[in-house]
Design a protein around this ligand. Structure first.
Ligand SMILES: Nc1ncnc2c1ncn2[C@@H]1O[C@H](COP(=O)(O)OP(=O)(O)OP(=O)(O)O)[C@@H](O)[C@H]1O
Ligand SMILES: [Mg+2]
Length: 310
């Protein structure tokens, strides 16, 4: 698949000496939703501002469709759309006027403009609000609107800085659904900077974890979940309590607890846990079973903690 964005050895040192990006290598291809996660001050916004051409790199290259952006600034305007972390809007314009203004600014007019305005209203489920003033929208509605305006501008790459910050679960789900629809459009890609692990896990095909300006891990959320050796916890209620004690695999466990009729066993590896479950199932059967394998969120937190120590 065609590579839309390629970042090579990107380093940014601010005039005060802060190294906000340290030798970053990032690739975004058509059809991908790529996530950048990292704690406050990790360097996410610095990275985005350089990709948008708003900040000059200290070192390294940023290419959009193989063209270095500093040599051809128009390549950014033509191929990238951006939704900032903080909502910008015009409180005195109506929803429809806001959309028209934003799209006219991008050069759309006549038939295509009217068609796109309708598309945005529909995509953000704001058809009944089109004549409302901007200040009457909730922050969730406003985010969905801005996202749909960015999508309507129809560039190959969409960059979103914290797309669901300060948004309730319902609006969040709508924004995620809208973003997932983009995945099926094969020639588009999305780059998301986020703190929200669920967001990154459910949306992104590939994730880069950044700490203090450096990439400390990359891969699919599933791959990242396997990077740290983390315990597997099994909680269950057996049909036949007495038989559970005869389960041979118990000996391999790191810990064992029983409270009332609920058993809790911890293993250092997923495989040992699975073997244990098989054995209990054959001997005693399950009334209730819960397996907590290393989650994406727990692994990322551990990776970040380790990264901070270095
Ligand atoms: N204009 C600037 N001059 C000097 N240092 C800066 C400037 N902008 C950011 N920094 C520093 O660079 C580092 C990275 O900041 P950046 O805003 O890129 O992080 P971030 O990952 O976007 O954080 P957040 O999650 O809080 O938005 C921080 O140490 C920050 O203090
Ligand atoms: Mg930021």
């Amino acid at each position: 698949m065609t590579e839309i964005l390629k970042i090579e050895n990107l380093t940014k040192i601010y005039p005060n000496g802060v190294k906000a990006n340290d030798n970053l290598n990032i690739s975004v291809r058509e059809g991908e939703i790529v996530g950048i996660i990292g704690p406050n001050g990790a360097g996410k916004t610095t990275l985005i501002r350089q990709v948008l051409g708003l900040l000059r790199p200290t070192n390294g290259e940023i290419k959009v469709f193989e063209e270095e952006i500093s040599k051809s600034p128009h390549i950014v305007r033509e191929n990238i759309n951006y939704c900032p972390q903080n909502i910008l809007y015009f409180p005195s314009l109506t929803v429809k006027e806001t959309i028209e203004f934003a799209l006219k600014f991008k050069g759309l007019k006549n038939e295509l403009l009217s068609q796109k305005v309708e598309e945005v209203l529909k995509g953000s489920e704001l058809e009944n609000f089109k004549n409302h003033a901007g200040y009457m929208l909730s922050s969730g509605m406003m985010r969905l609107l801005l996202l749909n305006i960015a999508i309507a501008r129809d560039t190959p790459l969409l960059i979103l800085d914290e797309p669901t910050a300060m948004v309730d679960v319902i609006s969040k789900t709508r924004i995620w659904e809208r973003l997932s629809q983009l995945r099926s459009m094969k020639n588009k890609a999305v780059l998301i900077a986020s703190h929200d692990m669920n967001e990154v896990k459910s949306l992104c095909d590939k994730v880069y974890i950044i700490v203090r300006g450096k990439i400390i891990a990359e891969g699919s959320p599933e791959e990242i979940s396997t990077l740290m050796k983390m315990p597997v916890e099994i909680t269950f209620i057996p049909f036949d309590e007495e038989k559970v004690e005869k389960v041979f695999e118990y000996e391999k466990s790191l810990g064992f607890k029983k409270e009332y009729n609920v058993f809790n066993v911890i293993f250092d590896e997923l495989n040992k846990g699975i073997n244990f479950i098989k054995e209990v199932n054959e001997l005693a059967g399950f009334k209730y079973l819960e397996l907590e394998a290393p989650s994406f969120e727990k692994t990322v937190v551990k990776l970040l903690e380790e990264g901070e120590k270095k």
